[in-house]
Design a protein around this ligand. Structure first.
Ligand code: LER
Ligand code: MN
Length: 270
């Protein structure tokens, strides 16, 4: 497994669940000093820093790019894959394609979280799920053509009404013809929704592609009441080799949050 820490380059979203909030160079420097293997980026679109800067920082630090988040497509631009407006759905697909291409340059998958959207008064659940399936088919194929996977993230009930449970999302993937999609186990969302997080991970391990590492209250692991031991054991038992990525609040501040996270990573995974 690989330790990973989130860096947000979108300062207007300060207070959101990302640990580091520096510019690209300072973020990499800090993550490397703490000993993280990789870094997950949250950007406002398919670019980060000056031309070649990301490439150079990855080379200089020896770190990997763990993933790129697409949430800004929704939060900053109002784009989702299940909007009633076909123009917005098309723009959402185009945004995610660009994010896939961006991440693929550095061998990193893109993550679809909030851009999945929700069903509602004007869009039935069946319709929203059908649009989501079509989008995942197209984007999964696109990711495969770029040599990466695309990661779909079930979210808790306060953020989407499409897929809240990890094993329901596994069923969604089983029905797709593309093999280009894997799933994100976000331990914060799962703490709200799952009966037994470790059991869901074990049952759905064939689809697991990424882990968001946060405690019950979305603070860095060690600050809440999630029982991490059986979850870590499940990840080891299924042979998970991907990122354990801290998507958590920078609580009480980014550096303390990074230290708590790397300490917890070592405690449970090394
Ligand atoms: C993104 O990874 C996530 O977990 C969501 O809560 C963002 O809306
Ligand atoms: Mn997440």
């Amino acid at each position: 497994m690989k330790s990973c820490i989130t860096l947000s380059l979108v300062s207007s979203l300060k207070g959101g669940p990302w640990v580091l909030w520096d510019n690209l160079a300072d973020g990499f420097k800090k993550a490397a000093e703490f000993g993280f293997d990789s870094l997950e980026l949250f950007t406002d679109g398919p670019k980060a820093g000056a031309p070649n800067e990301l490439h150079n920082l990855l080379n200089q630090t020896g770190m990997g790019l763990g993933a790129v988040g697409t949430g800004a497509g929704k939060v900053l631009n109002g784009l989702t894959l299940t909007d009633k407006n076909p123009d917005i759905r098309a723009k959402a697909i185009s945004f995610i394609r660009d994010m896939i291409d961006f991440g693929a340059q550095y061998n990193a998958p893109a993550i679809i979280g909030s851009m999945q959207g929700s069903h509602g008064e004007q869009v039935s659940r069946e319709q929203a799920i059908s649009w989501l399936q079509q989008s995942l088919e197209e984007l999964g194929q696109h990711a495969t053509s770029r040599g990466v996977t695309l990661i779909y993230e079930p979210l808790n009930r306060y953020e989407t009404n499409l897929f809240n449970h990890y094993l329901d999302a596994c069923e969604l993937l089983d029905q797709l013809s593309t093999n280009g999609i894997s799933l994100l186990a976000d331990l914060f969302h799962m703490n709200i929704e799952e009966d037994d997080i470790a059991d869901s991970i074990k049952k759905g391990s064939k689809h697991l592609g990424h882990v968001h590492f946060a405690d019950s209250n979305r603070r860095p692991v060690g600050n809440g009441h999630t029982n991490m031991e059986p979850i870590a054991q499940a990840l080891k038992d299924v042979g998970y080799e991907g990122c354990i990525s801290a998507e958590a609040f920078a609580w009480p501040d980014p550096l303390t949050a990074a230290q708590t996270t790397i300490d917890s990573y070592k405690k449970y995974f090394s």
